[in-house]
Structure formats: structure tokens, C-alpha cells
Design a protein around this ligand. Structure first.
Ligand SMILES: [Zn+2]
Length: 293
């Protein structure tokens, strides 16, 4: 994939700031995948319903609408949550079935995963699902087939690129701005927000970065991204990031624990400041995608 061949989306966006939530539970994150096997997930009591409803309340207080990228696995176990997300005015989108990264899947597995998760969400909610976000922002140069498969499966956009250098994900040479990666097609890849600091490309997109950074610095970086990017600033976080009482995972590495548990307590307050600082909207609205409702 060569950046020059991409069609950059420059349409006047109705929203400059798009908010998103990746709906997965605390035991499903990549940082713990070496100590919690996928087959053991059903042994954990779900907290994601309660924590996602806390996110919905946070948004309601500030009149914010967001996009919720939900795992099919979670949707099957808490269909009422999926309907509540839609009922409270948010966009429902897919985070895949069970958090497998496209970079670890065969093309057949990826096709099954994106079709299955879309069908589960649409059957439960009775609305169309247009958006997809890969686990670990893992659509990159090693998965050149992914965007075409998403378009074939009926998705209109993906927000699966985090164009920075990082040990778990990212490609620092990937475009920072929403673009059309398939020649002649309207399908959009909308990367999460990045900007420049001290000559280096850095993330200001949310999650662990936002928890680790003093709020004032995050606000400065997001302002800079809003000026630089030719498209909306896309922010993300997870429901478990506001869950201070989540059970601690034994056996995880120090680095994983440090990242996962850092500054959970201050997260709701920082998010609330962010919601009052700018006007945030759903990703489909920010990208001007047709059936936004
Ligand atoms: Zn995820």
C-alpha cells in the first residue's frame, strides 16, 4: 500500500471530533492474552455491561454521541447492552467476534470473523453496521486484503489504523488522515488521531496514552491534531479503563500491569473534561457516511 496512491478524504466533515469506545472486557485485552487463554473467557464474570453503561451515562450528561465498536462475543452474552447503545443514540459498529487480530488470521478466518460479528450485531439491534475496528489496530501493510474484504462484507469504513511506531501495533509510515484505500471505491480507512511532538509522530488518540499523559498535555496535542489532520480527530477508550475495582490479573508481566492499571481512577474526570472541551460525535457522522441515523 503506497500512500500516494490513496485517495484522501477531504470532504467537509460535519464533526471535527469523533468519540469511540471499544467494547471488550478487562480479561480480553491483548496485554493479558499470554496469561488468559481465549477458551477460559467464560470463566470470568462479565463487568463490561456495567462499565459500558457507565460510559453511556458519562456521554448522556454531556449530550455526546459516540461509536461503540462491540465484540460479537460480548454482544451474544449481553444483547440488552447492544440494544441500549443504539437506543441511546449511538452508532453500533464491530470490533470483530473475539478480538483476534487480522494479522494472526488467515484470509478465510478474517472473512468469517467480520461477517459473523456484523450479522450478530445487526440481528440483535435491528440496525445496519457500517463500521469496523480491528483488535489492536492491526490492519497494516501485512494485511493488504483486509479493506477489500470489509467492503465486500458490506462495511463502509474501518478505523483500524494507528499510524505510529509501537511494540504491539502501528505503522509509522501509514497515512494519518481518513483515506480511500481501495481504488474506485468509497470505502474509508479512518486512522485514530496522531500528531507531531519534538519532530516525532505521537498518538493523542486515547486509551493508555491518554491515561499516561497529564490532561493539559493531551488537550494541547489534540488541538494540534485538529489543526493538522485533514479530517476528524478520532479518539478511543475502553470501558475497563474507568473500572477501578476490576479484579487484578495474576501472572501478567510488570509492563502489561503498569500499562493496564495506570491512572484508572482519574480517567472519568479526564474524559469528562474532554467531552466539555470539544463537541464530539459518532464516527459515521464525522465521516459523512450515508445511513447515519
Ligand atoms: Zn480491542
Amino acid at each position: 500500500m503506497v500512500a500516494e496512491q490513496l485517495s484522501i478524504v477531504n470532504d467537509a466533515a460535519p464533526a471535527r471530533f469523533a468519540m469511540s469506545v471499544d467494547v471488550e472486557d478487562y480479561f480480553q485485552v491483548w496485554a493479558f492474552s499470554d496469561v488468559i487463554a481465549r477458551k477460559n473467557w467464560d470463566g470470568f464474570a462479565l463487568r463490561v455491561g456495567e462499565t459500558t453503561r457507565a460510559c453511556l451515562d458519562l456521554f448522556d450528561r454531556r449530550g455526546t454521541h459516540a461509536t461503540f465498536f462491540v465484540l460479537g462475543w460480548v454482544a451474544e452474552r449481553d444483547p440488552a447492552l447492544v440494544r441500549e447503545i443504539v437506543g441511546r443514540g449511538h452508532e453500533l459498529a464491530s470490533h470483530g467476534y473475539d478480538h483476534a487480530k487480522p494479522t494472526t488470521q488467515t484470509q478465510e478466518e478474517f472473512r468469517d470473523d467480520i461477517g459473523r460479528s456484523k450479522a450478530i450485531l445487526e440481528d440483535i439491534a435491528g440496525v445496519g453496521v457500517n463500521g469496523y475496528r480491528a483488535a489492536g489496530f492491526s490492519i497494516d501493510r501485512t494485511t493488504p486484503w483486509a479493506h477489500e474484504m470489509l467492503a465486500e462484507a458490506g462495511y463502509q469504513y474501518s478505523s483500524s489504523s494507528h499510524p505510529i511506531a509501537h511494540d504491539h501495533y502501528g505503522d509509522a509510515s501509514a497515512p494519518q488522515t481518513p483515506h480511500r484505500p481501495i481504488a474506485g471505491a468509497d470505502f474509508i480507512e479512518a486512522p485514530v488521531a496522531t500528531t507531531q511532538m519534538f519532530g516525532r509522530r505521537v498518538s493523542c488518540a486515547g486509551g493508555g496514552w491518554f491515561r499516561a499523559t497529564p490532561y493539559a498535555v493531551s488537550e494541547k496535542l489534540i488541538s494540534r491534531a485538529a489543526r493538522e489532520l485533514g479530517g476528524p480527530v478520532i479518539f478511543y477508550f475502553h470501558p475497563w479503563e474507568i473500572d477501578v475495582d476490576q479484579p487484578r490479573i495474576a501472572g501478567a508481566s510488570q509492563k502489561s500491569k503498569l500499562r493496564h492499571y495506570l491512572n484508572l481512577k482519574s480517567m472519568p474526570r479526564k474524559l469528562d473534561r474532554l467531552l466539555t472541551r470539544w463537541s464530539w460525535d459518532r464516527v459515521d457522522v464525522a465521516l459523512n457516511i450515508g445511513s447515519a441515523s
